[in-house]
Write a protein that binds this ligand. Structure first.
Ligand SMILES: *Cc1c(COP(=O)(O)O)cnc(C)c1O
Length: 430
């Protein structure tokens, strides 16, 4: 009993000390937290839907006001003209993913963008028809690649290679992926992997896998849904062919908000690369001449199809303006401290109950997420009890809880408070 009290106290002091020396601590005040019994919830699901910045409302209101004031003229006369609104987002987004501004554009949504990008980069020819993905991959990505294969007249049972983890923690070694790439080099057309696995939280070696794909004569694209705004990325230097991500997870742009794409500079002047075109991809200067000739832009904007969803772009801009005052390197450093402290906290809980209740399956190569196997009889009930006690976490069958302490708005005290909740509720489950 004595020992336990001392440990809990030292955990509390450690949290306090870490919060005091955290130079990003003030960012928490820029976000709105859902409430539970008059207090902020303990929010650990920024990997699923990021919190709302306080400024988001103003950014959206500005566009509503300009729409009211100018009607259609807002395309050119709004304070932020809608015709070029997406250009406000591009440099800020490019900085976050380590790209040149011309390589990035915000448009559509994630899965749609994967299809538009595969229209250019999945071009099965002769024997080279296969797509390689990881398993487990996010279901939407699996459906997208299966349907692309069928769209091209192929059979997913033959042309889809899923590199499966053989480990109980779902981790897939980079070397394993590379060896499968090498094995299939004569048949491989495309490698498409999630940069951070949604289930395990594992970060893949994007540069190395991309290089291996290129050696096999294949394009390499990345789904960065769980990576953009979470880990440091250098898409340009890593020679990635293309990437797509959403902005509602770590990028805090609101439910279903606008997605982002990256196409490497080396492809931007290749006008032979086919695109599924629309008027927003044609030369801006000529766009309103309404000519029937598509003049492809020499930037990622060529992949734009439709005019931009300004209201969700306004929400995205509010968030990117916050990111713009910090760096991915600072965020990443705090993210490491947060997950390390969370790991220590869960170990403390295991020790307190004399049992390995929580088993972290996320490897060292990780961003802000820890995936935790719960070794109790009724893990789903334990999860529900967390929710009832104001802890917002995420559940994956059969027994995985995902917790993402996010450096922009989570504190070390949040993690200490989680320990208090667990101490209270766990006796009902162990
Ligand atoms: C969140 C997520 C999606 C969701 O796709 P939408 O098109 O935005 O609905 C797809 N893939 C991955 C890997 C994700 O994490």
């Amino acid at each position: 009993m004595m020992n336990k009290t001392i440990s809990l106290q030292s955990l509390k002091e450690k949290a306090k000390q870490l919060d005091q020396s955290d130079k990003l601590a003030s960012y928490r005040q820029k976000f709105l937290f859902p409430q539970h019994q008059g207090k902020n919830v303990l929010y650990f699901t920024g990997n699923s839907l990021g919190l709302q910045p306080i400024t988001t409302k103003e950014y959206i209101l500005q566009e509503l006001e300009d729409w009211a004031k100018y009607g259609v003229e807002g395309h050119f006369y709004a304070r932020h003209p809608w015709f070029s609104y997406h250009e406000l987002l591009t440099p800020k987004m490019a900085k976050i993913v380590g790209a040149l501004p011309e390589e990035v554009v915000m448009m559509n949504q994630l899965t749609s963008n994967l299809h538009f990008l595969m229209a250019s980069f999945y071009r099965p020819q002769g024997k080279k028809r296969k797509i390689l993905i990881e398993f487990p991959a996010f279901p939407s990505d699996v459906y997208a690649v299966q349907s692309q294969i069928k769209w091209h007249g192929g059979n997913p049972d033959e042309d889809l290679i899923m590199v499966k983890s053989e480990r109980p923690d779902f981790v897939i070694e980079d070397e394993k992926i590379i060896s499968v790439i090498e094995k299939h080099k004569d048949e491989l057309a495309l490698v498409l992997i999630g940069g951070v696995n949604y289930l395990s939280g594992q970060v893949f070696d994007i540069a190395k896998i991309t290089e291996a794909a290129h050696k096999a004569g294949s394009y390499c694209g990345w789904d960065l849904a769980h990576a953009a705004g979470n880990i440091e990325l250098h898409l340009h230097d890593w020679n990635v062919d293309f990437a797509a991500w959403c902005s509602y997870k770590y990028l805090n742009s609101g439910p279903g908000s606008v997605g982002g794409i990256f196409v490497h500079q080396k492809h931007l002047n290749n006008f032979d690369l086919p695109v599924l075109a629309g008027w927003w991809g044609t030369d801006k200067k000529e766009r309103f001449k309404m000519k029937p000739i598509f003049e492809p832009m020499p930037t990622a904007e060529r992949w734009q199809v439709s005019n931009a969803p300004i209201l969700s772009m306004a929400a995205c801009l509010a968030s990117l303006d916050i990111f713009d005052t910090t760096t991915m390197s600072d965020l990443s450093q705090k993210s490491k401290q947060l997950t390390t402290f969370l790991e220590e906290t869960l170990e403390f809980i295991n020790d307190t109950f004399g049992k390995k209740i929580f088993n972290i399956i996320t490897p060292e190569n990780r961003g802000s997420q820890l995936s935790i196997v719960c070794n109790v009889d009724q893990p789903k009930n334990l999860f529900q009890s967390l929710i009832n006690n104001g802890v917002i976490a995420d559940w994956r069958d059969p027994n995985v809880i995902r917790l993402a302490p996010v450096p922009l708005y989570n504190s070390f005290e949040d993690i200490y408070n989680l320990a208090l909740v667990l101490q209270n509720i766990l006796p009902n489950y162990v």
